[in-house]
Design a protein around this ligand. Sequence first.
Ligand code: ZN
Length: 99
Amino acid sequence: MELKFPFLADRQLESAATELLRRPEDLKDHHCHAKGCTAKVPPERLMCFRHWRMVPQDLQNEVYRHYRRGQCYDLQVTGEYLQAAKRAVQAVEHAESRR
Ligand SMILES: [Zn+2]
């Protein structure tokens, strides 16, 4: 793993950050964070519309609340955002597994 997040003390969060943000070059070719989805989305969007719709409303609000404009470019995201984003990804995974 190349990417380090010294501002995140928590190991678990660091792995979440690495997973969610991937490499900086991915910003040019950013895609949906739902597992296995290759839909291209703007870097400021966590997921494509199809998957985002599967995220419960309260979790969507949580992601928005901790989102900071420009975070995709400087990679200075908060632990709260990562946690919310991770939960959103897991919610989609869970919803898809029930089909
Ligand atoms: Zn998707």
